[in-house]
Structure formats: C-alpha cells, structure tokens
Write a protein that binds this ligand. Structure first.
Ligand SMILES: *[C@@H]1O[C@H](CO)[C@@H](O)[C@H](O)[C@H]1NC(C)=O
Ligand SMILES: *[C@@H]1O[C@H](CO)[C@@H](O)[C@H](O)[C@H]1NC(C)=O
Ligand SMILES: *[C@@H]1O[C@H](CO)[C@@H](O)[C@H](O)[C@H]1NC(C)=O
Ligand SMILES: *[C@@H]1O[C@H](CO)[C@@H](O)[C@H](O)[C@H]1NC(C)=O
Ligand SMILES: *[C@@H]1O[C@H](CO)[C@@H](O)[C@H](O)[C@H]1NC(C)=O
Ligand SMILES: *[C@@H]1O[C@H](CO)[C@@H](O)[C@H](O)[C@H]1NC(C)=O
Length: 492
C-alpha cells in the first residue's frame, strides 16, 4: 500500500516539477565527481551535433559560435545524470582545448519528455574561426570510475570559409567584402564595348571589371572610394553577348585576394522608336534650322577632336600597338607560398591575353623538370625565353588558405624553384643586364625579402597599376648573352 502511495506521489511530483534545463560554466580540469567512486553511472549520449550560428553583438557586428546540441539516451540510467561535459579541441595554427560543464537544473524522472520526444539540449558557445578543424567530445557526469572506459561521443567539425552563408558574417569576411552586394548589370552596347554597372563599396577604392568567355575579351579599372552606383564601359575584342563579367575588388584587408563577383553580359535594350514616320517628318520640318545648326557645331567639334586625337596619338605609344608585336616568351618564377589559383593563374592569364606572351610555368612542365633536373631545366628555359619574371608574393593571406592548401597538397613533391632560379640567375642581376631580361612583378607593395636583395636592381612593376608600362616593356627584347657578366654579385 505504502509503496503504491509513494510511487503515486513520485509520479505527481514528477509531473508537477519543472523540466530540467542546463546551466553551463567552464570546467577545464577534471570534474569533482571523477575523484569519487560511483557504483552506477549514466549511459552515454545518443547524438551530438555541431553547427555554426551567428549571434548579434552590436549592430553590424556578429559573434560566430558553435551551437552544440545533444540527445540523451532514453534508458533508466538517466536518473543518475547530473551534468554533461563538452570539450572542444581546435586545430588551426595553434592547438587549443577548452571544456564546458552543463549541469541539469533538475533530476530526470522520466526517460523522455512528457511529449514522448527524447531529451535534447543545446549549448551555444566556443567561438568559430574560419577554415578550422574542431574535435568535439562530450560525456555524461558522473563519469565512469577511474580505471573504467568512460562512455563518450565525439564529432569532427570543419568550419567553412567566407563563402558560407553563416561564416560570411565573420568580421574578417565582412572586411573582405562578403556582405557587399555589387548587383552587377552588364550589357553589350555594340561589337566593341560592354557597359557594366555595379555598386561600389567603401571598403576599398579600386575594382577591375573583366569580360571573358573562354578568353579575356577586355577589362577596365574603376577608381571609386564611396558607396555609389558606378558605370564603366569596357572595350572588348570579341563577341561579348553571354560572356561572363568578373568583378575583382581590391579592398584594404584582402588586397589581391578579395571575394570576386560574377555577372553575365546581356544585350542592351534598343532605344525604342515610338512615333510614326510622318509624325517624325513633321517634327523634322519644324526643327530643321535648329538641326542644321547643331550639325554644323557637331562637325566643328569633330574636326577639333580629330586634330587633338592625332596629336595625342603621336605622343603616346599605347597598349594596342604592343599587341601587334610577335609574342614574347616568358619564364614565370614564383615562390611556393604564393596562392597559385588566385595569383599565379590570374597573372598568367593576364600575360597571355593582355600582353601577348607565351608563358612557361614550372607547374605545367613537371615531367620535363623531373627528366632534366631543375637546374638544367631552368638553364635551358633561361636561354629560350625573352624575359624572366620574378613574381613576388604578397603577405600570406588566410582568406585563400583553403584553396592554396588543396593546391599544394596535390603537388607535395614539387620543390620551390624560386630560390634555385634566383641563385642560378643571380650573376645576371646587375643594373646593366637586368632591365633587359629580368623583371620583378608584385601585386601589393612589399619589401623585397632580405635574401633576394639582388632583385632590387631589376625593374619593378606593381600590377594592375603599371599594367600598360609593364606590357610595353615586356616586348622590348634585347639579347643579353653578348654582354659581359659582372663578377660582383651580392647576396648570392
Ligand atoms: C555544476 O555543478 C558542479 C558540482 O555540483 C559545480 O561545482 C559547478 O559550479 C556547477 N556549475 C554551474 C555552471 O552551475
Ligand atoms: C541550436 O541547435 C538546436 C538543435 O538543432 C536548435 O533547436 C536551436 O534552435 C539552435 N539554436 C540556434 C540559435 O540556432
Ligand atoms: C576526426 O578527425 C580525426 C583526425 O582527422 C580522426 O582521427 C578521427 O577519426 C575523426 N573522428 C570522427 C568521429 O570523425
Ligand atoms: C539591382 O539593380 C537593379 C537595376 O539597377 C535594380 O532594379 C534592383 O532593385 C537592384 N537589386 C538590389 C538587390 O539592389
Ligand atoms: C547603367 O546605368 C546607366 C545610368 O544609370 C543606365 O542608363 C544603363 O542602362 C545601365 N546599364 C546597365 C547595363 O544596367
Ligand atoms: C568566346 O569568344 C570566342 C573568341 O572571341 C568566340 O569564338 C566564341 O564564340 C565565344 N563564345 C561564346 C559562348 O560567346
């Protein structure tokens, strides 16, 4: 009888008592329960999940945290459960390990929620960094005794980069333009030009609009430091309808490796011809004197314009003139830490399409290098090419880490040819020979590394700022072989 009463009372109390919630606090050391012997311990967790969430801190600023959720096993051992401990190990540039302990505010009287669903809880905490591997483990408290294997559950979580719909709210991503909406519209005005409109951002002051389908058809640089809608006409050298317009921003924090945007070139709407023909004629009649006068003025402007243009053309030898010359053979040398996909590919594309050059890259001649050996290969290439370009790296940008990593792991066995090429060609690097064979190109202002001081005598070009001069210079060929090499070679 008393047993029945007691259990009835327990039942009533159980129903009336509030549902357990969690209270979490950090506990990096062992839990106090660990030092005590327990005859019975709760079972392990049923499920453990992790996802990034953004939490508003102040307007326009977010915290990116982990939402760790877990499900409890619906068995009798739940009555013994006091807390769940979660530990996170992150493996980025440095390893870190932190733990949180979440106490249940009430004891569990039921294996499931009153609704029949399993008990689930979630804890939001642990900051999430970009492109990082996390190892998340969780176990119930009281833990198993000291010499027993404790039940625990663990999951791996790799945080995505700035292109993710949540991670884009990371401050670093916002600064790289993840929230910038350029709303690109582009249309083919005629065979020779494409009009591109887009919204600029206060994050930077320079943009490059590039029209391409398979090859680059043309590009223009836009300077604008405020948030505004801008319009630029890009001269193109081929069929542009349906081509892709790539907008590259150069923002302060990401420089050459900012997030690029794309759009499609459509046909410009034709100015509509509304009024009927006779109506037109009537209008034309009444406006004829005015039109004639306008025509005269226009002709005068044209004549003056042509004169000015002629004079101007005589002064400058421009970009298109250079493109008529035969292609220049170029050996491109770059340090291994440079982002291949972003920087080297992009620059090669530029050399081939904008400067009419034939580019030789170590990456495309792996087999040959393996056969000949790097020194022999470099020596042969040096003789065969018109120019050797040293592409200097801008500082390591974590934004592009992910893509670089995947690139570099695929070619683990490749060696860095940059120092080798530098040492090999070093004796040529004197002020008299350098300008004719060797060039230094960089995308962001950097100091030449101590070891490579000898490069300082070579002409340096900052792209895209010096693009025109650079392309022109690329086509001035001179044979250095006849010149005597200087003995003095510093830093070699
Ligand atoms: C959880 O419980 C343990 C042991 O009772 C206690 O030491 C700890 O302070 C509690 N933590 C929180 C966040 O309440
Ligand atoms: C965290 O995850 C749980 C379980 O998936 C979900 O119910 C909860 O809404 C999430 N919290 C946030 C802030 O997204
Ligand atoms: C998590 O990743 C580590 C290292 O990459 C691996 O050893 C482990 O098996 C993974 N664990 C799970 C649960 O996927
Ligand atoms: C994008 O630009 C077009 C044309 O200027 C405009 O109609 C549209 O509303 C803009 N969209 C957004 C999201 O700003
Ligand atoms: C670009 O903007 C100009 C001026 O607002 C407008 O006349 C033109 O139609 C726009 N072009 C495109 C391709 O959106
Ligand atoms: C891309 O450009 C090439 C060269 O101008 C042209 O032959 C080709 O038809 C173009 N392709 C598309 C899809 O417009």
């Amino acid at each position: 009888m008393s047993i029945v009463l007691l259990s009835l009372a327990a039942l009533c109390w159980g129903v009336a008592s509030p549902e357990p919630t969690i209270q979490c606090g950090s506990e990096n050391g062992p839990s106090p329960e660990w030092k005590v012997q327990h005859t019975l311990t709760p079972g392990d967790l049923r499920d453990l999940r992790v996802e990034p969430v953004k939490i508003h801190v102040v307007p326009d600023e977010y915290s990116l945290l982990m939402n760790i959720s877990w499900m409890l096993r619906a068995d009798a051992s739940i009555r013994l459960l006091k807390a769940t401990k979660i530990c996170v190990t992150s493996k980025s540039s440095f390893q870190s390990y932190t733990c949180m302990r979440c106490n249940y505010t009430e004891a569990f009287h039921w294996q499931t929620r009153p609704s029949g669903a399993k008990w689930t809880f979630s804890y939001i905490g642990f900051p999430v960094e970009l492109n990082t591997v996390y190892f998340i483990g969780a176990h119930n408290i009281p833990t198993a005794n000291m010499n027993e294997d404790g039940p625990s559950l663990s999951v791996n979580f790799t945080s995505p980069g700035c292109l993710d719909h949540i991670m884009k709210y990371k401050k670093k991503c916002i600064e790289a333009g993840s929230l910038w909406d350029p709303n690109i519209t582009a249309c083919k005005k005629n065979e020779k030009s494409v009009e591109v409109n887009f919204t600029t951002s206060p994050l930077g002051d320079r943009y490059m609009a590039l029209v391409q389908n398979n090859t680059v058809l043309g590009f223009s640089t836009v300077w604008e430091s405020k948030l505004t809608r801008t319009s630029v006409v890009v001269p193109v050298s081929g069929e542009s309808e349906g081509a892709v317009i790539q907008l590259t921003p150069y923002f302060r924090t990401c420089g050459h490796d900012c997030i690029r945007r794309k759009g499609t070139v459509v046909l410009c709407p034709k100015p509509d011809s509304h009024s009927p023909l006779d109506n037109n004629r009537k209008v034309l009649g009444s406006w004829l004197p005015v039109l004639l006068l306008a025509l005269l003025v226009a002709m005068w402007v044209l004549v003056v314009g042509i004169c000015l243009l002629r004079r101007h053309e005589r002064v400058k030898t421009s970009f298109p003139a250079a493109t008529l010359l035969p292609p220049t053979k170029v050996l491109l040398v770059y340090p291994s830490e440079i982002c291949f996909q972003h920087t080297v590919c992009y620059f090669t594309e530029f050399l081939q399409n904008q400067c009419r050059s034939e580019v030789i890259l170590e990456k495309w001649q792996k087999k040959k290098i393996a056969e000949m050996g790097p020194v022999q290969w470099l020596t042969t290439q040096k003789k065969a090419v018109d120019k050797v370009i040293f592409l200097l790296s801008n500082d390591v940008n974590t934004m592009c880490d992910a893509c670089c990593k995947s690139e570099s792991t695929s070619s683990e066995n490749s060696q860095d040819l940059f120092p080798l090429a530098f040492n090999l060609f070093c004796s040529d690097l004197t002020s008299s020979t350098c300008p004719h064979k060797y060039m230094v190109v960089y995308f962001r202002e950097t100091e030449t590394k101590e070891d490579y001081n000898a490069l300082n005598v070579c002409p340096k070009y900052c792209l895209m700022k010096d693009a025109t001069v650079f392309c022109k210079e690329l086509h001035i060929k001179q044979h250095v072989s006849a010149r005597k090499k200087s003995q003095a070679c510093h830093n070699c």
